[in-house]
Ligand binder design. Structure first.
Ligand SMILES: C[S@@+](CC[C@H](N)C(=O)[O-])C[C@H]1O[C@@H](n2cnc3c(N)ncnc32)[C@H](O)[C@@H]1O
Length: 307
């Protein structure tokens, strides 16, 4: 039954217990900002009412608001989000800022950037739109995530003054060998990753809002949680340009052990914090350019000291 937008808002607020969520849901259902519709004293038609009730039913079932709305903001982007990929987090917005600062210091005109595990494409598209002339390659192992990232890339292609590509890869190894040169040929000024970093025990204890709805492959790293971070640190030297930097996001508790791991294989590390002042990741640079050999960095470091 049609009702005023205000009545619909009050109904959804009662169901969800939140004016903010009711605002989001009603705005999405009526296809325009709620407060604007309110000031015009509009009526919500049947379609809008049933959409709003359906959204609130999905919320009641525990689905994250971001998936219910089907879009979410990341820096100055508004991206499509759904079960195909992780919901982009505010922490990662800060990691993108750190990456931008690294590139600024390097003063490269047309930086080449590799994002490993791009998910919805959020960090890669943010970097591509915020750095004029950048080349950005985003990779992911998940075909689902890549299809979502492609949809998001289409939304912003006119704001990308350089070039951006997306390919399926297992970290640095393209699944289609014809695409390998895209990773191999490049020396990247920046390698960025927010890889899965949750260990099995912590994964089992995750709140259902995350564990039951977001892709397991985007969250679970292995038994310990640092496995994927270590893999990336091991292989990145081959793909970094001279003085290039690797920016990694991780859990605050992992920062100490991951810095130790990185230093042992020849990186110097700078730790950065998120908006809540928790250690959130590191910027790693190779101590010696000779470490960019493509082999095992620990062996390369040993050889360097032996010579
Ligand atoms: C924590 S999510 C990050 C998504 C996105 N970059 C963000 O920050 O919102 C990790 C991503 O890594 C991808 N991934 C997991 N294992 C991978 C692998 N071996 N190679 C490439 N990507 C992988 C997952 O599919 C997922 O999209």
């Amino acid at each position: 039954m049609p009702r005023s937008v205000l009545e619909l808002f009050n109904e959804i607020k009662l169901k969800t217990g939140s004016a903010q969520i009711a605002n989001w849901i009603v705005s999405e259902a009526i296809g325009r900002p709620y407060f604007q519709a309110l000031s015009e004293d509009l009526t919500a038609d049947d379609g809008s009412v049933s959409r709003a009730l359906e959204y609130s039913r999905r919320l009641e079932e525990g689905e994250p608001i971001q998936y219910v709305l089907g879009r979410w903001s990341f820096r100055d982007l508004e991206l499509v989000v759904d079960h195909r990929a992780l919901i982009p987090r505010p922490e990662t917005e800060v990691v993108v800022e750190v990456a931008l600062q690294c590139l600024k210091k390097r003063r490269v005109d047309h930086p080449r950037i590799l994002e490993l595990g791009t998910g919805s494409g959020a960090p890669a598209i943010a970097l591509a739109t915020e750095i004029p002339g950048a080349y950005v390659l985003g990779t992911d192992l998940s075909v689902d995530a890549l299809s979502l990232a492609r949809a998001n890339l289409r939304l912003y292609s006119d704001r990308i003054s350089g070039h951006m590509e997306l390919i399926q890869a297992d970290w640095f190894r393209a699944i289609d060998p014809d695409e390998q040169p895209l990773i191999d040929s490049g020396e990247f000024d920046l390698i960025f990753s927010n890889p899965p970093y949750i260990g099995q025990d912590d994964y089992d204890l995750l709140e259902p809002l995350v564990r039951d709805w977001e892709p397991r492959s985007a969250l679970l790293s292995g038994e310990r949680g640092t496995e994927q971070l270590e893999t990336i640190l091991r292989w990145a030297p081959r793909y970094l340009a001279q003085s290039g930097c690797l920016v990694l996001e991780m859990d605050p508790a992992q920062v100490g052990p991951v810095v130790d791991f990185a230093q042992n294989i020849g990186y110097e590390c700078e730790v950065f914090c998120d908006l809540a002042e928790r250690k959130r990741g590191l910027v790693a640079k190779l101590l010696y350019d000779d470490l960019r050999t493509g082999g095992d960095p620990a062996v390369a470091l040993q050889q360097l000291f032996d010579n």
